[in-house]
Design a protein around this ligand. Structure first.
Ligand SMILES: [Zn+2]
Length: 113
């Protein structure tokens, strides 16, 4: 399951460990009670001048907190995944920084003329 493929892009296929607890995204309670798995495709910063994609198999876990509104939740990997994001945090920061630079350059400067 874990592999690295290099062509026009670098693709890393990996999976999170089974049996380790993860925090519920609704209430924060730890759970290791697995429901299923799914693969998230994450774009990351380039590697060796090639686009880098990480296909990460993550678990969906049951939340065992009876008062939590979530019955299940997808585990997150700190520093790698963020809910609803298709980019890793480093790539997201890079995209935001480029956006700020581009926006700053697009605003006409007023020199009082
Ligand atoms: Zn919960």
């Amino acid at each position: 399951m874990i592999s690295v493929e290099v062509s026009d892009a670098v693709v890393i296929r990996a999976r999170t460990r089974s049996g380790e607890p993860a925090g519920c995204t609704g209430c924060g309670q730890l759970s290791a009670c697995s429901h299923s798995r799914s693969v998230r495709s994450l774009a990351d910063v380039t590697l060796a001048d090639r686009p880098l994609r990480i296909d990460l198999s993550v678990r969906r876990l049951y939340c065992e907190n009876a008062t939590c509104p979530k019955a299940t939740f997808a585990e997150q990997v700190p520093g790698l995944t963020v809910r609803y994001q298709r980019r890793t945090p480093p790539l997201q920061r890079l995209v935001e920084d480029v956006g700020v630079v581009l926006a700053a350059g697009a605003v006409p400067r007023c020199f009082g003329f």
